[in-house]
Design a protein around this ligand. Structure first.
Ligand SMILES: Cc1ncc(COP(=O)(O)O)c(C=O)c1O
Length: 453
C-alpha cells in the first residue's frame, strides 16, 4: 500500500466531518454564534478557538473522564484539559475539599493552618524539601527564572528548541536552523524587548550544542521539560539527562525541571522516577487536580541562596509572587490532591492502561501499514505521523502533517473520543476504564479504514 495519503482524500474527509459536527451540535453552534457579542473570537480565552471543530464545543459538564457537551453528547476525554484534569474531572475528594474550604474563607494573604501538612506532602510526593507557590505554571516558571538570575548574578537563560513553558516572555524564542542563532518567536504579540539577547536555544538531545552554550559562564539556569511535550512528544536519548546535569554542575548553572506535563510519567514526576536530582522543580496544571495552582520546589542549598539574595536586596517589590498565590482554597485543593490523587495505585492504573492503549494503537498502525509512531511517557501518549520517534524539534517540524492531525481530532470527536487539539496527544487518568480505551481504538480503526478507502 502507498503509505502517503492524498491530501484531497484528507480534505474530503475533513469536509464531511465538519458537516457532521455542524449537523449534530446545534447548541454548540448557537452558543458560538451568540458568544461573539461578548467575547473576542467568541470565547473567554482566544486559543479555545484553536480546536479543529467548525464551532467551539460548548461543555455542559465534566465528571471522571466523561465530558458532556451542550448538545448532550458524551465524550471519553483523553485530552483532560491538556493535563489540568489528568486525575479526572472533579475527583470526589477534591470537590469535597473545595466545597468545605469555600465556606471557611477563600483568600487572606496569610498561610492557612494547612500549610505545614501541604509542605510535607509536597516533599513526600516530589522529593524536594522547600517550596513556594504560584497560580499557574507560567507564573511559577517566571518566578524561578527571576530567582535564578538573582542568585547567580548571571543574565542568560538556556532552553531547548521547541520548548513551551507557558506565557513566559524569556522562553518564547526559537532556534534559527540555518544559523543556529536564537530568534524571538515571531508569533508573540506585543513584545518590544529582545529576549533573544538574554536566552539561548539549543536543540534537544544535543550535548555538544549545550556545552557550547554554557561555555561562556554567563548562564543562570537551564529550564527544561524532562521530555519535550509541547512540540510533539520528544523523549530524551539514553544518558542525556545525567550528562546534562553534570554539565550544569560543572558550569555552575541551575538545573530546573518543568514537570507540568511530565508529571504523567510516574508518581512524583519524571525527575524523581529517573533520579535526575534537579536544583529546582516546577509543577502546575494537575498538581492541585486542575484548580489554578502551581508549585516550585528547591534544595536547601538553593533556598539558602534565595534567602541571601532577598536579604541583600533593597526594601520594595521583588517582582516575585502574586496576591492570590497560596490562598486557602488552593491549599485545600492541593492538600486533597497530594493525599488522594498523587498516589501509587492511581499511577499503577494509569500506566498499565496507557501501555494497553499504546499496544492497541501500534498494532492497528502496523496492520494498516502506516509509517506512523506512538510515543509514550507514562500515562501520556502521542500518535505521531512520522516513521520514527522524534529526536528534536526540527525532526517534528520536518514531518508535520497538520491536516491529518486536524482530521484525526475531528473524526474522533464526532464519534465520542476527545484528543488534544494541538498534536494527537492522549492522557490516561485514574478514571479511564478499559472500555474507554476500547472505544478509542475502535474509532481509530474506523479512521484507518476511511483513510485506506
Ligand atoms: C511544560 C509546561 N510548562 C508550563 C506551562 C504553562 O502552564 P499554564 O498555561 O497553566 O501557565 C505549560 C502549558 O502548557 C507547559 O506545557
Amino acid at each position: 500500500m502507498n503509505p502517503s495519503i492524498a491530501s484531497q482524500r484528507i480534505a474530503a474527509l475533513q469536509q464531511a466531518e465538519r458537516e457532521r459536527f455542524i449537523a449534530t451540535h446545534p447548541r454548540s453552534v448557537a452558543q458560538a454564534e451568540a458568544a461573539r457579542a461578548h467575547y473576542l473570537f467568541g470565547v473567554p480565552l482566544h486559543w479555545m478557538r484553536d480546536w479543529p471543530t467548525p464551532a467551539t464545543l460548548a461543555v455542559h459538564s465534566a465528571q471522571g473522564i466523561t465530558l458532556t457537551c451542550a448538545d448532550g453528547h458524551r465524550y471519553a476525554d483523553f485530552c483532560l484539559g491538556d493535563t489540568g484534569a489528568m486525575f479526572g474531572h472533579s475527583p470526589a475528594p477534591l470537590a469535597h475539599a473545595i466545597a468545605e474550604q469555600a465556606a471557611q474563607g477563600l483568600t487572606c494573604m496569610l498561610p492557612s493552618t494547612r500549610s505545614p501538612a501541604v509542605g510535607e506532602a509536597l516533599q513526600r510526593v516530589f522529593g524536594l524539601p522547600l517550596w513556594q507557590m504560584a497560580l499557574s505554571a507560567s507564573d511559577a516558571n517566571r518566578f524561578v527564572l527571576r530567582w535564578a538570575r538573582a542568585i547567580t548574578g548571571r543574565p542568560q537563560l538556556l532552553v531547548f528548541d521547541g520548548c513551551y513553558h507557558g506565557a513566559v516572555d524569556d522562553t518564547l524564542v526559537d532556534l534559527d536552523p540555518a544559523t543556529g542563532r536564537t530568534l524571538p518567536r515571531p508569533s508573540v504579540l506585543g513584545q518590544v524587548h529582545n529576549h533573544a539577547a538574554f536566552t539561548r536555544v539549543v536543540p534537544f538531545n544535543d550535548l555538544a550544542a549545550l556545552e557550547a552554550a554554557l561555555a561562556a559562564g554567563d548562564v543562570a539556569c537551564l529550564l527544561a521539560e524532562p521530555a519535550l511535550t509541547n512540540f510533539g512528544l520528544v523523549p530524551p536519548a539514553d544518558g542525556f539527562w545525567p550528562a546534562v546535569r553534570a554539565l550544569c554542575r560543572r558550569h555552575g548553572v541551575l538545573f530546573v525541571m518543568d514537570e507540568t506535563h511530565t508529571v504523567s510519567t510516574a508518581l512524583g514526576g519524571y525527575a524523581r522516577a529517573h533520579a535526575l536530582d534537579p536544583d529546582v522543580l516546577v509543577v502546575g496544571k494537575a498538581v492541585a487536580g486542575g484548580l489554578p495552582c502551581a508549585v516550585y520546589g528547591f534544595t536547601h542549598a538553593v533556598g539558602a541562596r534565595m534567602a541571601a539574595a532577598k536579604a541583600a536586596a533593597p526594601e520594595g517589590h521583588s517582582g516575585i509572587g502574586t496576591t492570590l498565590a497560596g490562598n486557602a482554597l488552593t491549599l485545600a485543593a492541593l492538600d486533597a490532591a497530594l493525599t488522594h490523587l498523587h498516589t501509587a495505585p492511581n499511577y499503577r492504573h494509569m500506566l498499565a492502561l496507557a501501555a494497553e492503549l499504546e499496544q492497541g494503537l501500534v498494532h492497528r498502525i502496523a496492520r494498516a501499514q502506516r509509517p506512523w509512531t506512538v510515543t509514550r511517557l507514562g500515562a501520556r501518549l502521542e500518535l505521531q505521523f512520522m516513521p520514527h520517534t522524534p529526536r528534536h524539534a526540527q525532526d517534528v517540524r520536518d514531518h508535520a502533517q497538520s491536516e491529518l492531525e486536524a482530521l484525526t481530532h475531528l473524526f474522533m470527536l464526532n464519534r465520542g473520543v476527545l484528543l488534544t487539539p494541538f498534536h494527537s496527544m492522549m492522557l490516561v487518568s485514574p478514571e479511564t476504564r478499559e472500555g474507554d480505551v476500547a472505544a478509542l481504538l475502535a474509532v481509530f480503526e474506523q479512521l484507518l479504514d476511511e483513510l485506506a478507502r
